[in-house]
Design a protein around this ligand. Structure first.
Ligand code: ZN
Length: 310
């Protein structure tokens, strides 16, 4: 069993409109945009990162806004819901705030004894806020939500699968323990994590396959401290028979990717070097940052990429 994985690192999804996406995360949810860059593999598309003040691993929701992309549909083989942690007692504030902002499909539920507000993002993305007691992490102090009510980071993700067996085994191999069950849900948790410690599997044998598009999670990334830990994880996964990519430099972390048995794309990302690598903490996310390999495209990209008004 691996011991290097310390919870989630980031969740990456697709959107149809950069401005709506930016407004939803910075204005409605009160996160900080910690990086404005491009998709390294398709630089005519933004890659937007939202998180806490410094974009701590376990707080970072990232998006590729592809103009004209069709809407995805939720189904089996994907992360169906991304769950953020908010302080105990804050759901009244959030219910009011989200309804004032016209957020769709707002409903209150309880899951694993946690009070939750579930809702849809601008492209039908599945989200929830879960009230979490004693979360040592701190919300961004400087955004549009008072820090006493603010989002602390991820609580976890819910993957919808037709069969949870092989993915459950993989999670256990990655250091997660099965800690609870409720209806169709099986809860896994990692000890000593960064706070974004939960992965719930929703097992629905008859579910139709998810269709990827706007509002779909593209992949979920797990956190390791550094490159040495990442190489250990990579070797262990290769030895177990997973097809794992070589280490890829993403400027703000190093990444490896592999496909989990239920169809979800997994990444393992390093906590180093972080989002302050090329910007002052006070000014994270303000200007367009380009990776070295695309720096020569700046004037072209500034024409193509739609402006984002903050
Ligand atoms: Zn990623």
């Amino acid at each position: 069993m691996l011991t290097q994985i310390k919870g989630l690192h980031h969740v990456t999804s697709m959107a149809a409109d950069a401005q709506l996406n930016n407004d939803f995360f910075t204005k409605t949810l009160g996160l900080r945009r910690v990086k404005k860059t491009v998709n390294f593999d398709a630089p005519d598309v933004y890659h937007l990162y939202y998180g806490d003040e410094i974009g701590s691993p376990g707080s970072v929701m990232t998006y590729f806004p592809f103009p004209h992309i069709v809407k995805g549909s939720r189904g089996a083989g994907e992360v169906a819901e991304t769950v953020f942690a908010v302080p105990s007692g804050s759901r009244g504030y959030w219910r009011q705030r989200l309804s004032t902002h016209g957020v769709a499909n707002l409903r209150e539920e309880e899951s694993f004894g946690e009070k939750r507000l579930r809702f849809s993002g601008p492209d039908g993305d599945g989200f929830a806020l879960a009230e979490v007691r004693d979360d040592a992490r701190r919300a961004f102090n400087g955004g549009q939500v008072p820090p006493d009510d603010g989002v602390h980071g991820f609580h976890g993700v819910t993957m919808r699968l037709r069969d949870g067996g092989a993915t459950g085994e993989l999670l256990q191999y990655m250091g997660y323990e099965q800690v609870d069950r409720q209806g169709d849900l099986i809860r896994y948790a990692v000890k000593g994590g960064n706070g974004a410690d939960f992965v719930d599997l929703e097992v629905l044998p008859g579910a139709a396959s998810a269709q990827q598009g706007a509002g779909s999670v593209h992949h979920v990334a797990f956190a390791v401290e550094n490159r040495a830990a990442q190489l250990e994880v990579r070797k262990a996964l290769l030895d177990t028979g997973y097809h794992v990519t070589p280490v890829i430099d993403r400027d703000y972390f190093w990444a490896i990717y592999f496909r989990a048995p239920g169809g979800v794309l997994f990444e393992v990302a390093t906590n180093e070097p972080g989002f302050d690598r090329d910007e002052d903490t006070a000014h994270l996310g303000e200007v367009l940052k380009l990776p070295r390999q695309h720096a020569n495209l700046r004037s072209q990209l500034e024409q193509i990429l739609p402006p984002i008004v903050d």
